[in-house]
Design a protein around this ligand. Structure first.
Ligand code: IPE
Ligand code: MG
Length: 225
């Protein structure tokens, strides 16, 4: 979800207004994902690198997060949305983490859609934490394989992304799900996140459906040599 700041600046508004509208777009895309029967959607809300932004902006984003979760919890439950955080919990302010964990617990039986929020997240940090934990647990090298690594990541038990959409014209991953995206398809759009719509989300999915995914193999329709 990129481009909130630019969206606001283009209108002579404080960056905060872009983040506020960004939240509305998260709600819109969750509704769309439910309608389209998508099973998992992950929003990159706040990276570990984002902690280095000016203190005031970080405070505003955290406050927005806290208020949104408090307000949306009942809607998550009624829509069947299971909320999950992926990211570094040690770096989170205690009061916000407790709201996050309460929302996770109270939506834990929701079955329609998993909505993962990457908060205080970076893919490299996730891998480092996983490695530390598996060493602490005394895992022997012989049994390490992809599924074992998967089980130590924050996304454990959740399907990896088929499609990654990045808004605002930037064409990079910026530490998002770097392990899990090994075979993801990418969709880049110039649209700033606060202008993103359900229609464009559907367009991205239709584009994805036209692609051929071979996962390193040859297509079954390719003639043998
Ligand atoms: C994305 O919008 C939201 C967060 C990273 C929290 P930005 O805040 O990165 O917006 P730009 O990139 O400055 O326009
Ligand atoms: Mg940005």
């Amino acid at each position: 979800m990129d481009g909130n700041g630019r969206w606001a600046q283009l209108r002579g508004l404080p960056r905060y207004e872009g983040h506020k509208r960004g939240v509305e777009k998260v709600k819109e895309i969750i509704r769309a994902a439910l309608r389209l029967k998508i099973s998992v959607v992950t929003f990159y809300a706040f990276s570990i690198e984002n902690w280095q932004r000016p203190k005031k902006e970080v405070e505003i984003i955290m406050e927005l997060l806290e208020n949104t979760l408090k307000k949306e919890k009942k809607n998550f439950i009624s829509q069947g949305v299971r909320f999950k955080m992926i990211g570094n919990r040690y770096l989170m302010p205690e009061n916000i983490l407790s709201v996050i964990e309460e929302t996770e617990q109270e939506t834990s039986n929701c079955k329609e859609l998993i909505a993962q929020f990457a908060i205080s997240y970076s893919g490299r940090d996730e891998i480092i934490r996983a490695v530390k934990r598996l060493i602490k647990e005394g895992i022997t090298p012989d049994i390490i394989d992809e599924s074992l690594i998967n089980s130590f990541l924050d996304t454990s038990g959740v399907a990896e992304p088929d499609l990654i959409i990045r808004t605002s014209g930037e064409q990079r991953l910026s530490n998002f799900l770097i392990w899990q995206s090994a075979y993801s398809e990418f969709y880049f759009t110039q649209t700033l996140w606060p202008d993103f719509t359900e229609d464009e989300f559907t367009e991205a999915i239709l584009d994805f459906q036209k692609r051929q995914r071979r996962f390193g193999k040859v297509s079954e329709f390719t003639r043998a040599y």
